[in-house]
Design a protein around this ligand. Structure first.
Ligand code: ZN
Length: 240
């Protein structure tokens, strides 16, 4: 499914929504201080001379400003080269956000967090195996951990793009997590769900090696999740 691109006329509402998502991440204890960032896609990708999808413009949180001091006007519009249209610098992870929008047409909003349990697993460089069926919410039987690379670099962006193949969330080794959704509220719900799963896996590991679901069992769950959001579907946000 393709994300709905936002038009410039929606900008004031989007600025509010983006700041709201950052505040919600703080309230859900996914981020503290200046850690983490969030963005929303502004334009449809356009083909360039090479025939590749051109990275779209986006609205992204500013660099180095603690969320409690941010206003909606501090959210930064950047062009496809990361140049801000305004005085404030974009998040140091703008490259990661830009490349994810270019790689994943379904991404309408992206959240990055140093959430405690996700980060604990990321520091162990652990892929999350199918210890719980809800892993399938993120696109497959595992959630991958991208190899370590310095924050803000092309190497980190490349590692995340690879780890997100056929997924909508991944861990970033020795760093945190990244999640995308069709819009900000979807991405926020997924981020909270992801951190909850990370906590559950962390707790499970305290008791020893978990019993994992089989490939067949996970394939069945993934198939049922295809009905997600459909009126007469097999699952909704709240009933499983
Ligand atoms: Zn980070």
């Amino acid at each position: 499914m393709k994300a709905t691109a936002m038009k410039a006329a929606d900008l004031p509402a989007l600025r509010d929504a983006l700041l709201g998502a950052m505040r919600a991440m703080g309230e859900a204890r996914l981020n503290v201080g200046t850690a983490g960032n969030a963005s929303v896609r502004l334009d449809e990708p356009r083909p360039d001379a090479d025939g590749h999808g051109r990275a779209p413009h986006m609205l992204i949180t500013p660099s180095g400003l603690p969320v409690p001091r941010c206003t909606a006007d501090d959210m930064v519009i950047v062009d496809a080269d990361g140049r801000p249209l305004g005085a404030l610098a974009p998040s140091s992870e703008w490259l990661l956000h830009r490349d994810l929008y270019a790689a994943f047409p379904a991404a309408g909003a992206i959240l990055h967090a140093h959430a405690p349990f996700a980060t604990a697993l990321a520091c162990q460089r652990l892929d999350i195996p199918p210890f719980h069926y809800m892993i399938a919410r993120f696109g497959g039987p595992t959630i991958r951990c991208a190899p370590y690379a310095t924050f803000g670099t092309q190497a980190l962006s490349d590692a995340a793009v690879a780890a997100l193949h056929e997924r909508n969330a991944c861990l970033l080794a020795n760093h945190g997590m990244v999640v995308f959704g069709r819009d900000l509220s979807h991405a926020l719900a997924l981020a909270i769900e992801f951190e909850t799963l990370c906590e559950q896996y962390w707790r499970t590991l305290q008791l020893g090696t978990p019993v994992l679901l089989s490939e067949t069992e996970m394939a069945e769950v993934i198939e049922r999740f295809r009905w997600y959001g459909k009126p007469r579907g097999a699952g909704t946000d709240s009933d499983h």
